[in-house]
Design a protein around this ligand. Structure first.
Ligand SMILES: Nc1ncnc2c1ncn2[C@@H]1O[C@H](COP(=O)(O)OP(=O)(O)OP(=O)(O)O)[C@@H](O)[C@H]1O
Length: 315
């Protein structure tokens, strides 16, 4: 990772609850200004890992550092945290609730109120400012809580399942907020069981399954663990070119699908052309994080994350 400063680091974090191991040796490196995802199915240990990193609970063993401190609570004012359980005072007006969350992290209330109005205005929500929390929809309340998470302009924000409960439009807005924060130099860590969010946003991911980090590193590296996939349609059904396809090639709905052989695309193309396969369509695709996740974390974890194999995959 060269010269890049590290904003957060976990080393071999372990947490036992009443003799049951919830987190079993998770390590994580979060470069400053990066967006890092913690991926895993429900109950994998994401929340427990986050709580240990923030210093909300103590690890059974292992260590962590946050913004250069071994005692994370010392830097609490520079951290924004959106917990999984979201709670706001129902009677509080929106702008007041946002300012209040900032005050908990050391921001003077007056400045918090000013910033809250500004933040709401910049998002076209100035009409929310005086509304009591109880009159908001769930998605609106979550947006308010998010604004409260960044109101004190933290250097690091940690969001536990921030996309859960948001509709597609608000999920997109949240993705943009996360990108804007990172572009401004803020480090972002978020947990999710939806791979697509991590794929679109993250530079690095930790994949957690049953308390263990089965992968930790760059998204590109996770994807790079799998070979590209070839999709091919030919006019000829058979011919000498078939020998160039790997034994594992499958024909699904008239289309061949197989991993690109280690020899690369050129010998394959030559065999198809010389063998008069009659190429109708041909694409070579890099696997997505989703496929990498299945390969790394296994089918069981993928199923728990709500992935239902398509008929083609199941074939
Ligand atoms: N305070 C606690 N006491 C006992 N067990 C706990 C406690 N907190 C978490 N666990 C257990 O630890 C395991 C990991 O839970 P954790 O909440 O960290 O998972 P998660 O990946 O965040 O999943 P989810 O998204 O469902 O919250 C679960 O089996 C959970 O029941």
């Amino acid at each position: 990772m060269g010269e890049r400063a590290i904003a957060a680091e976990a080393r071999d974090l372990v947490k036992d609850f009443d003799g049951k191991r919830a987190v079993d040796g998770v390590s994580l490196t979060v470069p400053e200004g990066s967006i890092t995802g913690i991926l895993g199915p429900n109950g994998a240990g994401k929340t427990t890992t986050i709580r240990m990193m923030l210093g909300i609970i103590e690890p059974s063993s292992g260590s962590r550092s946050l913004l250069g401190h071994d005692r994370p609570l010392e830097v609490a004012r520079e951290v924004g945290y959106l917990p999984e359980e979201r709670g706001l005072y129902p009677a509080m007006p929106v702008a007041e609730a946002i300012a209040f969350m900032g005050a908990l992290r050391g921001l003077p209330l007056k400045e918090g109120r000013r910033r809250a109005l500004e933040l709401l205005k910049s998002r076209g929500h100035e009409d929310w400012a005086k509304q009591p929390i109880r009159t908001l929809s769930k998605g609106m309340a979550q947006t308010v809580q998010l604004l409260g998470t960044i109101i004190h302009e933290p250097r690091l924000i940690v969001l536990d399942e921030p996309f859960a409960g948001l509709d597609a439009i608000n999920q997109e807005k949240l993705e943009q907020l996360i990108r804007d924060q990172a572009a401004a130099g803020v480090t972002v860590i978020f947990s999710t069981h939806v791979i697509a969010h991590a794929e679109r946003l993250c530079e690095r991911v930790a994949i957690i399954a049953e308390g263990k980090a089965v992968f930790e590193g760059a998204v590109d590296e996770a994807r790079g663990r799998l070979r590209p996939i070839v999709h091919l349609r030919t006019r000829a059904d058979d011919g000498p070119w078939r020998a160039a396809l790997p034994a594992s090639a499958k024909k699904l709905g008239g289309e061949w699908r197989f991993e690109l052989p280690a020899s690369g695309p050129e010998p394959l193309l030559r065999a198809l052309i010389d063998g008069d396969a009659g190429i109708e369509t041909l694409s070579i695709e890099r696997p997505g994080l989703h496929d990498a996740f299945i390969a790394i974390a296994g089918e069981a974890a993928a199923r728990e994350m709500g992935h239902v194999p398509s008929a083609e995959e199941a074939a």
